[in-house]
Design a protein around this ligand. Sequence first.
Ligand SMILES: [Zn+2]
Length: 200
Amino acid sequence: MAGIPEVITRVEMLFSKFPGIGRKSARRIAFYLMNREREDVIAIAKALVDLKDKITHCPICNHITEQTPCDICGNPKRDDSILCVVEDSMDVIALEKSVSFRGKYHVLGGLISPLDGVGPDDLAIDALFRRLEPVKEVIIAINPSVEGDTTTFYLSRLLKDYPLKVTRLARGIPVGGDLEYTDEATLARALEGRLEIPNE
Ligand SMILES: [Zn+2]
């Protein structure tokens, strides 16, 4: 574009791909960075690279972590007998903020979505079934949506063959809403009032 140095356009293009960032905001970010001290910009760039280099997935629960196992799996005070199954790591962070949960998590890494070509094999479902040995209750804490309900149905059918209780969050989470956008009190109530999925 005339009057704009190429490097600014390039930064703009990159930032405009971020979630929730439009072209105008991307330009403001580019100008903001241009006006910062060089070492500040290097610190930002390094933090971004660290996101890729330092974050890995916990080999037990699949949650994002800098060490293995993650601090939740590695905490002996957490209850091994209750496992909360979630779609992604942002849900773990949201549920951890609600404080009422002292069990452990299992992060699926997505939801079953035939339209998007995501099947059970693309998710950490095998890993879930490999760790059921000490588990007495599985809480399926998946957002209510078409994919969420498909995944919940799939998991609860397979879990019927195991001697454990399967529950889901109580109503209160908006349909199609994300756990991460649900306020802490609502999340705590949904967890507290969780309902058993009958083993028929
Ligand atoms: Zn873990």
